[in-house]
Design a protein around this ligand. Structure first.
Ligand code: CAA
Length: 263
């Protein structure tokens, strides 16, 4: 209920786990949950590079997130609805601004605003029992937390239009086939183990380089080729100013493992 925290952050070595914990409402995103999510990811930025990746999960085993909180939307004025939409976009922006990868770990429903939060993550891993969709048009709404922006980037414009206009739900096979989901797992334990293993693999690399690669990928998305290319050139130049680049290249030539300091 009101006043209770619905977003929990735990540390497990190099991995942080952000849990949306409102299982009675299938983890639906109210304005306050979105505010907590944004704050959690802004705070986590201070823990990079001690943490090398984040898993975003939903509590309860039935849903990642079943969407924006429909009950809370009934009393909103159009202006308040715009503020809610902005909050969703700010939470998504905080996920994208974190200078370390975020893996959405979907086990169950990822619908509406839930799919939109997953799309703000760097990649989506999911269990076979997962379901995805943008059902907003069934409510007389449209996606409000970035779905019209990020779904086409993830699955292509035609597939995104088909999903958004129909509101139909897709299962894991179609989600994998469309490129929405990067990898599937038989159950929740395997999902979390798989996501942790990916963070461990990422953690063998330069945190500076990974963080810069994420920034460039996020900033370049949807930009014209020349603009995106300039962003990449600038970041490539900056990489040559880092100690990690000196160390990585030296370690290769000396045939040893690199020791990245993150500077
Ligand atoms: N908001 C608020 N509460 C929700 C919710 C949501 N998005 N989704 C589910 N719940 C609540 C239900 O009201 C129910 O609560 P009560 O027990 O108090 O009645 C509880 O969670 C369990 O849900 P169901 O009884 O409906 O469970 P089910 O197994 O029969 O169905 C479901 C599961 C198919 C996910 C169904 O709950 C559903 O369709 N949910 C809504 C999905 C949706 O339309 N999402 C888009 C929301 S709009 C949006 O997200 C806008 C945007 O882009 C910003």
């Amino acid at each position: 209920g009101d006043g209770e925290r619905a977003v929990r952050v735990e540390r497990d070595g190099k991995v942080a786990i952000v849990t949306i914990d409102r299982p009675a409402a299938l983890n639906a995103l109210s304005a306050s949950v979105l505010g907590e999510l944004e704050a959690a990811f802004l705070a986590l930025a201070d823990d990079v590079p001690a943490i090398r990746g984040v898993l975003l999960v939903g509590e309860g085993g039935r849903a990642f997130v079943a969407g924006a909180d429909i009950r809370a939307m009934t009393s909103l004025s159009p202006e308040e609805a715009a503020a809610l939409s902005r909050r969703g976009h700010r939470a998504a922006a905080a996920i994208e601004a974190l200078p370390a990868p975020v893996i959405a770990c979907v086990d169950g429903y990822a619908l509406g605003g839930g799919l939109e939060m997953a799309l703000a993550c760097d990649l989506i891993y999911a269990t076979d029992a997962s379901t995805f969709g943008q059902p907003e048009v069934k409510l007389g709404l449209i996606p409000g937390f970035g779905g019209t922006v990020r779904l086409p980037r993830a699955v292509g414009l035609a597939r995104a239009k088909e999903l958004i206009y129909s509101g139909r739900r897709i299962g894991i096979d179609e989600a994998l086939d469309s490129g929405l989901v990067a990898r599937s797992f038989t159950d929740r334990a395997a999902l979390l183990d798989g996501a942790r293993a990916t963070v461990e693999l990422i953690a063998t690399n330069s945190p500076t380089a990974v963080g810069t690669a994420k920034r460039v990928l996020v900033e370049a998305a949807g930009r014209p080729t020349e603009v995106a290319s300039d962003i990449e050139v600038g970041a490539f130049e900056d990489a040559f100013r880092t100690e990690d680049m000196q160390e990585g290249v030296a370690a290769f030539l000396e045939k040893r493992e690199p020791r990245f300091g993150g500077a």
